[in-house]
Design a protein around this ligand. Sequence first.
Ligand SMILES: *[C@@H]1O[C@H](CO)[C@@H](O)[C@H](O)[C@H]1NC(C)=O
Length: 214
Amino acid sequence: MAPLFLCFCLSFLLLLLSPIPALSTNSEGNALHALRSKLSDPTNVLQSWDPTLVNPCTWFHVTCDSNSHVIRLDLGNSNISGTLGPELGKLKHLQYLELYRNDISGRIPKELGNLKNLIGMDLYDNKFEGEIPKSFAKLKSLKFLRLNNNKLTGSIPRELTTLSNLKVFDVSSNDLCGTIPVDGPFTTFPMESFDNNRLSGPELKGLAPYDFQC
Ligand SMILES: *[C@@H]1O[C@H](CO)[C@@H](O)[C@H](O)[C@H]1NC(C)=O
């Protein structure tokens, strides 16, 4: 009787410890669905985004890796407006966030700084306002950051000079103030990347008739 009881106990224990797939959640799909709920999409670019599917990997404009994690969001030139929310920061595997040439407004969520695998972020030609999040200093894989042609204010966070992989940085045509950083990758960016702001550059050192204060 005792061995049988032991056997029963063990198998019950094993059952408890085994992973139950049905309980796994579709957090990336939920994050994208939350994004969609804040956007206006007059030309139905997001029509295929069906939240009842097991993951978002078959949705148009979404690319997954072989483990069904979202690695690209391609919504450049998509006629979308509205705002971004903190949920986007949950796409932990995202490598490319392409939202350029739309009508997106509001602040850039600081939670985008949680996208540790991000290589490219293109938010140019929108209506983003507020400051460039300091949290972007956590994006250590980032190579391309284009925020030009928006309505961003404040200064360029000095923390961004620690992004040693940054190859392209464009903040031209915003309403930024203060001075242009001179450390790290910032020594390599062309001055055009900073045009049409209220920035005073290191190249104007001693020559600037006035300093654009924030
Ligand atoms: C955006 O809107 C324009 C004009 O309505 C349309 O021609 C174009 O196809 C739309 N783009 C997309 C990606 O739907």
